[in-house]
Design a protein around this ligand. Structure first.
Ligand code: ACO
Length: 163
């Protein structure tokens, strides 16, 4: 796999990749309103790390930074159905961790779909948010939504997650 960070910067090729990733999110996250997925994936405050297998996009993650609070919110994450449970979701997360740490980010927050709690726990996320990142730091910055559980992950700058 290789990874590209893609934003909606007006380059046609980037837009095509984002639309393909959006289609994976829509299929894999059926409970999320489709327009909401489109809006965030194309929003210029959001970036996506897109996972390619050859020329094929097999998954990715859409996220945004809150630089002053040194956390990043993961909005959507998915691997296409036929490529799941092969370790790609873990590789994707490890690459994302290394990437955001270089940009000064020290925490991830995400509202995990209940089916994905097990996956996020394996990636070092916990539902015990308050002791790791107090509510005063993130309240009002990230939008909570029903059907998801808030999880946090503290990143360790001494770790190269891709090794
Ligand atoms: N529940 C429990 N464990 C899981 C789940 C799950 N739903 N999915 C994967 N795992 C486990 C795997 O068994 C594996 O365990 P192991 O290391 O002991 O073998 C580990 O988590 C990592 O598995 P990967 O193969 O790296 O994960 P995969 O490539 O399948 O990607 C992902 C995981 C992204 C959750 C994928 O299954 C997917 O796209 N699911 C549908 C969409 C989804 O639920 N996305 C997250 C929603 S929340 C959000 O977007 C903020």
């Amino acid at each position: 796999l290789h990874y590209k960070i893609i934003t909606n910067d007006g380059v046609p090729e980037h837009l095509i990749s984002l639309i393909k990733l959006k289609n994976i999110f829509r299929k894999q996250l059926p409970k999320m309103p489709g327009e909401y997925i489109v809006r965030l994936v194309l929003d210029r405050n959001h970036k996506s790390m897109v996972a390619f297998k050859g020329d094929l996009i097999i998954g990715g993650v859409c996220f945004r930074y809150f630089e002053r609070q040194v956390f990043s919110e993961i909005a959507f994450l998915a691997v296409t159905f036929s490529e799941q449970v092969k370790g790609y979701g873990t590789q994707l997360m490890n690459n994302l961790k290394n990437y955001v740490m270089k940009e000064g980010i020290r925490y991830f927050l995400t509202y995990a779909d209940n089916f994905a709690l097990g996956y996020f726990k394996k990636q070092g996320f916990t539902t015990e948010v308050e002791p790791v990142l107090p509510e005063s730091i993130w309240k009002g910055y990230i939008k909570d939504y029903d059907g998801g559980t808030l999880m946090v992950c503290k990143l360790d700058v001494d770790i190269d997650y891709t090794i």
